[in-house]
Design a protein around this ligand. Sequence first.
Ligand code: NAP
Length: 184
Amino acid sequence: MQTAAGSSVGRLMTGVSRFHNFGLINVVRSERGAAELRKRFPDVRVVATEHPGWTDDVRKAADGRPVSVALDPIGGEMSRSLMELLAPGGKLVSYGMIAEEPLSVHASTLVSKSLTVCGKNIISGWPAESSPERRSSDIATAKQIALTLTEQFDVAATYGLDDLAGAVEHAVRPGKVGTVLIRP
Ligand SMILES: NC(=O)c1ccc[n+]([C@@H]2O[C@H](COP(=O)([O-])OP(=O)(O)OC[C@H]3O[C@@H](n4cnc5c(N)ncnc54)[C@H](OP(=O)(O)O)[C@@H]3O)[C@@H](O)[C@H]2O)c1
């Protein structure tokens, strides 16, 4: 499962999971965002966290299969809920820090299910941490993404350098789809 699934990163991840035929459950915060994702990826299950029973919706979407990995750029309370959903031996991959509150979880959740929590910083960590084989595999995936998922590279808006404040406001606007570009 992945959270913030409607983000630019999340949409590319959905595309990659389809190449490899991974079972994926997309998690978004609103029903509006869920509807948008269903239009793009009709065959991928989507759950909206605005519904109070959303964790049960994830279990239903998993249809009895173990949820083994959670990709999460949110953190905080969301990461805690994801760890509760993970199957024994599961892994939480934390790659963003959207939530302001800290990630707080009782050790029993980790211990009882032998969970792994790992942080990933693709931007600065990837070149140094990856083996040459991993790097060439990742570059092949990036090329595949660039060549085949062209419809997922939405541009939300383009701003000039003289309106950085407007660009920042737009970049964090709820419901924004795509990347905010800044041009000189
Ligand atoms: N670790 C790394 O190397 C790395 C690299 C790239 C990106 N990232 C991280 O990946 C994340 C996505 O980046 P992006 O450029 O793809 O983002 P983006 O297109 O701007 O999308 C942001 C997403 O976050 C959701 N969101 C915002 N605030 C939220 C909240 N409080 N609760 C739940 N969802 C929330 C938005 O949902 P709505 O549609 O509902 O507004 C939207 O889907 C960011 O956190 C970014 O920092 C990390």
